[in-house]
Design a protein around this ligand. Structure first.
Ligand code: HEM
Length: 259
C-alpha cells in the first residue's frame, strides 16, 4: 500500500532562492549521498594502502630484531636531514587521521540518511547478490576495528599497557636512543589474551576490507558485469593478503617462531 509522504520543506519562493548562500562545490557534493559515498571510497582506498604497507613493513619481524627496529628508525628519520626527525612521519600521521575521521564521518552520516529515507524496514526478503554477511556487518566490524586501533596505540605506541615500550636502544651512526619496536611487539604477543584479540580483530578487519574493496567500484560507479568477477577476486585477494600477514605475527610469537 502506498504511504503518504509528508514534506517538511517550506515553500520555495524567488526571495528564498536569492537569499540562499552558495556553498563551495565540495561541501555541496558532500551533503549528498553520492558525495558521501565518494568520500567513503577515496578514504577507504587510502586506509587500504596504509594497512597493506603496515603489514608489509611488519614482515621485517621475520628478519629479526635489528631489521624491524631499523625499519622503525627509518620511518622516524624520513627525509632527515632535509626535514627534522619525525616531521615527515607526523605529516603522514596527519593524513591518516584526516582519512580516518572523514571515513567515520561519512559512514555515520550515510547511516543517518539511510534511516531517514527508510524508517520502515523492507517487508520482502532482499535479493543480496554478493558479500551478504560482510556488507551487512560493516558497522559492527568497523566499530571493533576502531576499538582495536585504540588498544593497539595504547599497547605499541604509547605503552600504556605495555612496559616494554620504554626499552631504549641506539642505532649505528645515531647517538639518539629510540624505543625497541621488536621488544614491545614480542612482549605484547606473549600475552595470550592480547594475541588472541589481535587475531580476532584482524579477521574482522579482513571481512571489512573484503566488502570495502568490493564496494569502492560501486561507489565510483565503476560497476560493469564484464569485470564484476575481477572485482570479487581483487576484494578476496586483498583482504586475504592483509589478514594472513597480520594474523601470522601473533601466531608466530605464540608458536615460539619469533621471540
Ligand atoms: C598483527 C598486526 C599488527 C602489528 C604487529 C602491528 C604493529 C605495529 C607497530 C610495531 C607499530 C609502531 C608503534 C610505534 O613505534 O609507535 C604500529 C603502529 C600503528 N598501527 Fe599497527 N600493527 C598491526 C596491525 C595494525 C592494524 C590492523 C591497524 C589498523 C587497522 C594498525 C594501525 C596502526 C596505527 C594507526 C599505528 C600508528 C602509526 C604511527 O603512529 O606511526 N596496525 N603497529
Amino acid at each position: 500500500m502506498a504511504q503518504a509522504v509528508t514534506s517538511h520543506r517550506g515553500p520555495v519562493t524567488g526571495t528564498a532562492a536569492r537569499a540562499r548562500r552558495r556553498r563551495p562545490f565540495l561541501v555541496d557534493l558532500y551533503s549528498t549521498a553520492v558525495g558521501k559515498k565518494y568520500v567513503m571510497g577515496a578514504t577507504g582506498i587510502g586506509l587500504m594502502g596504509f594497512v597493506l604497507f603496515h603489514m608489509i613493513g611488519n614482515l621485517k619481524m621475520y628478519a629479526g630484531a635489528a631489521d624491524l627496529d631499523h625499519y622503525a628508525h627509518f620511518l622516524q628519520t624520513l627525509l632527515y636531514p632535509l626535514a627534522p626527525k619525525g616531521w615527515v612521519l607526523w605529516i603522514l600521521r596527519g593524513g591518516l587521521i584526516t582519512m580516518l575521521f572523514l571515513h567515520l564521518h561519512a559512514a555515520w552520516s550515510l547511516t543517518v540518511l539511510n534511516r531517514k529515507a527508510r524508517p520502515v524496514k523492507y517487508q520482502s526478503s532482499r535479493d543480496y547478490q554478493i558479500a551478504n554477511f560482510a556488507s551487512r556487518t560493516m558497522r559492527y566490524s568497523g566499530i571493533v576495528i576502531l576499538a582495536f586501533v585504540v588498544w593497539h596505540l595504547l599497547d605499541l605506541t604509547f605503552g600504556v599497557v605495555n612496559p616494554e615500550v620504554g626499552k631504549m636502544i641506539t642505532h649505528a651512526g645515531d647517538d639518539e636512543a629510540v624505543k625497541s619496536v621488536y621488544a614491545s611487539v614480542v612482549y605484547s604477543f606473549q600475552r595470550t589474551p592480547v594475541a588472541l584479540f589481535y587475531v580476532v580483530a584482524n579477521i574482522l578487519l579482513g571481512i571489512h576490507l573484503f566488502h570495502g574493496a568490493w564496494s569502492i567500484f560501486q561507489s565510483f560507479g565503476w560497476n560493469n558485469p564484464r569485470f564484476n568477477k575481477w572485482r570479487r577476486s581483487f576484494a578476496t585477494g586483498f583482504a586475504a593478503l592483509v589478514v594472513v600477514g597480520n594474523v601470522s605475527f601473533p601466531v608466530a610469537v605464540m608458536a615460539g617462531i619469533v621471540g
